[in-house]
Design a protein around this ligand. Structure first.
Ligand code: AVJ
Length: 319
């Protein structure tokens, strides 16, 4: 008997209001900045799925290698009855975990996109008819009100998405996750690792230009939602490695001086020639750094697994 429920903790108009606020703040500050979560409309999600298939974009394959190779170990270490997946998207890698967890009977995918949640739930329920799926439409950066489900709970945050948060945001986020965990629960966290600059930059500046299109898609989102008149061709895709902060930055660089009108905000945004708008930070990690941030949030790392080439890590931690 399969069951499906969907709870929305994000008011319907909250997303629109958050976009307005982020655009108003981010495009009037210096340097200009937009948060990466606005990449992911239907087109952006499609482009991201394409990115995961690119030869240069290794994180998805590296993480899948670990999940497949270590699924039994992960299952043995947790005994989870409930799997909570933050930023579940298409729940593509999740099926390896679900298959490996013998006691699992509840799956709680959490995402800002209701359509992604409904699509993923449909696919998973077809494969696992005994599973109860309780999808949660929520922005996990602003508190997690998880539904009551049987423990032990395994909370998974995969893909290296934690790298999109700035260091202070990461600790706040991990602390919020920690507050949801009881003894016996665990957090499974995916983190991309520091490696040579060439490999890193290529992963964010692929030869086929898919990442460039993904980066520029945020301008199409602002055009559609706020009536702005960005011309994506006016901007160049930039991916650079910040060696001091150990993160990749994606930016959009204005090719010429230009003005963008954003009617919904009654705003005209001036770009100087060459001026850059930061659209994403994607932090890369080392084992000690991950363990340290987890410890700051009251979590103890119990396991650390990497792919054969040491490009990506999954860690398991407990309260
Ligand atoms: C989905 C956040 C893990 O940071 O690597 C891919 C997003 N950005 N290419 C990442 C992304 C550019 C991705 N995450």
């Amino acid at each position: 008997m399969s069951q499906f429920a969907l709870t929305r903790t994000l008011p319907l108009d909250a997303t629109a209001a958050a976009l307005r606020a982020d655009v108003a703040t981010g495009l009037t500050r210096n340097p200009k900045e937009l948060p990466p979560k606005w990449f992911y409309d239907a087109r952006g999600s499609e482009l991201f799925d394409e990115i995961t298939l690119l030869p240069e974009y290794y994180p998805t394959r590296a993480e899948r290698e670990i999940l497949i190779g270590r699924a039994t170990e992960i299952a043995g270490a947790t005994g989870a009855r409930t799997l909570v997946e933050l930023g579940s998207g298409s729940s593509d890698k999740t099926r390896h975990l679900i298959r490996a967890l013998p006691a699992l009977d509840h799956y709680v995918p959490v995402d800002v996109s209701e359509s992604a949640l409904r699509g993923a739930a449909g696919t998973l329920l077809a494969e696992h008819p005994a599973l109860t799926v309780h999808a949660l439409v929520a922005d996990f950066q602003y508190g997690l009100a998880l539904p009551e489900t049987p423990g032990p709970r395994l909370v998974a945050f995969l893909g290296g998405t934690i790298g999109n948060l700035l260091p202070a945001e990461r600790v706040a986020f991990l602390t919020a996750v920690r507050s949801e965990l009881a003894p016996g629960d665990a957090l499974l966290l995916g983190t991309d690792l520091v490696k040579d600059e060439r490999t890193l930059v290529a992963a964010y500046d692929d030869a086929a230009g898919v990442t460039a299109a993904f980066n520029k898609n945020v301008l199409a989102v602002v055009n559609r939602e706020l009536g702005a008149d960005f011309d994506p061709d006016d901007f160049a895709h930039v991916a650079l490695w910040d060696a001091r902060r150990e993160w990749i930055e994606m930016r959009l660089r204005a090719r010429t001086a230009l003005v963008v009108k954003i009617p919904a905000l009654d705003l005209a945004v001036h770009f100087a020639a060459g001026e850059e708008l930061r659209t994403e930070v994607s932090a890369k990690f080392r084992r000690d750094g991950v363990a340290g941030e987890l410890a700051e949030a009251g979590l103890r790392m119990s396991h650390w697994w990497t792919d054969e080439e040491g490009r990506f890590a999954l860690s398991l931690s407990v309260p």
